[in-house]
Design a protein. Structure first.
Length: 334
């Protein structure tokens, strides 16, 4: 990678002149500025924006790459990251990958090219390509999802144990045909929750029935499509574990259209304690995740890495969820 010294040598000027030219200083001779510009173009030199900002005592910048900005879970993570980053004098650039690997890759490249101080990300897959960041030795912390393609800190939730507890609760309420609406294959949280669902069935001495499971996007449309497929079957499930609150919106819409009531006709447990969960009747039983705390910890870990210039050993922190039982999963014949 070309350096400012390379540019200075090719242009036949000092590094100070290159710096002044790149910063638009009017004191630079126009002829010299033109030589610097030609050298920059020929060498493909990319100025280190972070270093410039630090020299100017401007605020350093972190990137937060999340999967779905409309999902309240990720919104809470973002708030936790920002609260901690702002207190330390850093700004946060929010990037929404939309569960799209190509879009995620573009944000990763921008973060690397702009020499951002560090990146917190919820990777679309465990194999997400972060080579532009590792090449530049940009610190990375993942939140909610694991990343197998790089050695970095991770802040996770024990989704498998949480899903297992949710299924055991549904079993205790007398539900017999417990289904699962899980996220897409390859997403670590989705796979973990499906594994936890299987664990809960196994604990109860029940068999895993593939036709009671649907995998879809972590979105309202995904939940809607999956619920339609499951609840219009001749032998539909009498309870559902739903992998996110955004999915649950679609599930509840389908139930309303079919004249089904949660708790009475179909027991529902959803991941994420969305703000609306207690505003519906009956209120939604949820697996509450400490999203804000996860964002705070991810930011603290990233700032520690930045301060230590990447010399710290990487860690994985796994947090616990809380099952909050409400009316949507409490068996009722009323």
């Amino acid at each position: 990678m070309a350096t400012i010294s390379d540019v200075a040598a090719l242009a036949g000027v000092s590094t100070a002149t290159v710096s002044r030219a790149l910063n638009g200083k009017s004191t630079v001779d126009p002829v010299l500025a033109e030589r610097v510009a030609r050298a920059v173009e020929e060498l493909g030199y990319t100025p280190n924006g972070l270093a410039r900002s630090l020299r100017r005592r401007e605020t350093a910048v972190l990137a937060l790459i999340i999967s779905d900005v409309e999902n309240p879970f990720f919104t809470a993570i973002a708030r936790g990251v920002e609260d901690t980053a702002q207190a330390a004098g850093y700004s946060v650039m929010l990037c929404n990958s939309d569960e799209n690997t190509a879009k995620e890759r573009r944000y990763v490249e921008v973060a690397a090219q702009e020499r951002l101080a560090g990146v917190i990300m919820s990777p679309t897959t465990g194999d997400s390509d972060v080579r532009p960041l590792t090449t530049h030795r940009t610190p990375i912390v993942t939140v909610d999802r694991r990343l197998g393609s790089a050695d970095c800190d991770a802040v996770l939730l024990d989704s498998r144990a949480a899903a297992r507890e949710a299924v055991r609760h549904l079993v205790s309420q007398g539900y017999q045909r417990i289904g699962c609406i899980a996220g897409p294959p390859g997403v670590t949280t989705a796979d973990d929750r499906l594994d936890g669902y299987r664990d809960g069935l196994r604990d109860a001495g029940r068999k895993y029935v593939a036709k009671l499971v649907r995998r879809c996007d972590f979105r309202e449309t995904g939940g809607r499509e999956a619920a339609t497929q499951l609840l219009t079957k001749p032998d539909p499930p009498d309870a559902l574990l739903v992998s996110s609150s955004t999915m649950s919106v679609g599930v509840l819409q389908v139930m309303a259209e079919l004249g089904l009531r949660s708790g009475r006709d179909v027991g529902i447990v959803s991941f994420d304690d969305a703000p609306w969960a207690t505003l519906i009747s009956p209120a939604l039983t949820v697996v509450a995740q400490p999203a804000h705390a996860m964002g705070q910890l991810a930011a603290r870990l990233l700032l520690d890495h930045i301060a230590d210039a990447g010399s710290r050993a990487t860690t994985t922190t796994t947090m616990a969820a809380q099952l909050i039982i409400r009316g949507s999963s409490t068996r009722s014949d009323a």
